[in-house]
Write a protein that binds this ligand. Structure first.
Ligand code: SF4
Length: 104
């Protein structure tokens, strides 16, 4: 039996805790509610790319995309929120990918 699901779950819980801890900091910065978050660019963090198919990272597997990642917070067909601490204040592409990907 593979240990990968447990490792992924631990990674997700660790990163989700960091994301929750970052919420008050974001609130102190005072982002206006109506402010549309900037869109992440390739290389934003963790080898992020807006098109998963462009990734040549060794951890990438075909079919992995932001919209099916455990950190995906929802959005529209193209852009949405990522709950990972290093993607606060930006929207990520539904078709994007980074090396913090956790299968949902
Ligand atoms: S792959 Fe997951 S953690 Fe990485 S930017 Fe996309 S939604 Fe966020």
């Amino acid at each position: 039996m593979s240990n990968k699901p447990n490792a992924n779950r631990r990674k997700f819980l660790r990163q989700a805790s960091a994301a929750v801890a970052a919420i008050p900091v974001v609130s102190l910065v005072g982002m206006p509610a109506a402010h549309a978050a900037d869109q992440a660019e390739d290389g934003h963090a963790h080898n992020y790319v807006n098109n998963a198919a462009d990734s040549d990272h060794s951890d990438y597997s075909e079919g992995e995309k932001c919209k099916n990642c455990a950190f995906w917070g929802g959005g529209d067909d193209q852009w949405g929120q990522c709950f990972h601490a290093d993607f606060q204040g930006v929207q990520v592409n539904a078709e994007g990918w980074c090396d913090e990907y956790v299968g949902a």
